[in-house]
Design a binder for this molecule. Structure first.
Ligand code: NAD
Length: 249
């Protein structure tokens, strides 16, 4: 019998991370669900199943990431995979953006991705087995987070561009130890992250998608689920665009 897989999911209280945690629980995985507030994770998942371990952690903090990975080990004995969705949005225009905000966005989105991957990989290494998925964004292609082209969100766009390099670097370093690292680059997705987008902006974004609609959270989460599955066992170092075809439009 194949052992039940354990997956550490970040950003599990909302949007895509929440969809991931639900999908994995429904499929019988053990889920270590990380977000800033474990109570919010519990409330949003509405379950007290044995297979769920909610954890409060700020992914920009090294000790929090280490503690989350250690809790996964003490609870389930292993980490087979990581789906790292936690991130902070920033739409500040380049001329209004402060160094403080820029650094905070990089700390959460980029350094946080590295820290959670590092903490999990340390536990994966002795087993020579694991899969890690990090989240980029098609805002890297557009150069904007949804404002007029190129004007919005330099901090967020830069933080998500860095993920593509981080994925390749970690894939090269960890591949020889049987650990795959990949990325998902979602297009605009219906989650609380885009709640502040204006109706006009939303319509513009939708108009760019050949499929004629924005993504649903579970349509992005399922690609993460595929990347950590054995069906993706020869995919390594890739960041897969999931945007309904908007990027070539
Ligand atoms: N929604 C979109 O349109 C879109 C598009 C492209 C990429 N993405 C990316 O997809 C991922 C998921 O986004 P979403 O739309 O589900 O966002 P969301 O805002 O709905 O959820 C993000 C979650 O991350 C958590 N979080 C924020 N900072 C954290 C921290 N320091 N430590 C721990 N948790 C923290 C939040 O509490 C929240 O629960 C993100 O990486 C985002 O950048 C989203």
């Amino acid at each position: 019998m194949v052992a039940q897989r354990t997956v550490l999911v970040t950003g599990a209280a909302s949007g895509i991370g929440n969809a991931s945690a639900r999908q994995l629980l429904a499929a019988g995985y053990q889920v270590v669900a990380v977000d800033l507030d474990a109570d919010a994770v519990r409330a949003s998942l509405k379950t007290s199943r044995e297979e769920l371990e909610p954890i409060s952690a700020d992914v920009s903090r090294e000790d929090d990431c280490q503690a989350a990975a250690d809790r996964a080990i003490s609870r389930f004995g292993k980490i087979d995979a990581v789906l790292h969705w936690a991130a902070k949005h920033s739409t500040s225009y380049w001329s209004d953006l402060t160094a403080e905000e820029f650094n905070r966005i990089l700390a959460v989105n980029t350094t946080g991705s590295f820290l959670i991957a590092q903490a999990a990989a340390r536990h994966m290494l002795p087993r020579k087995f694991g899969a890690i998925v990090l989240a980029s964004s098609t805002s890297v292609i557009a150069g904007t987070t949804g404002g007029p082209a190129g004007s919005g969100g330099p901090a967020y766009v830069a933080s998500k561009a860095a993920i593509i390099g981080l994925v390749r670097s970690l894939a090269r370093a960890l591949g020889p130890s049987g650990i795959r690292v990949n990325g998902v680059s979602p297009g605009v997705t219906e989650t609380p992250m885009i709640a502040a987008y204006s109706a006009e902006n939303r319509a513009i974004q939708q108009g760019r998608v050949p499929l004629g609609r924005l993504a649903q959270a579970d349509e992005i989460a399922s690609v993460g689920g595929f990347l950590i599955s054995d069906d993706a066992r020869y995919i390594n170092g890739e960041t897969i665009i999931v945007d309904g075809g908007a990027a070539f439009g």
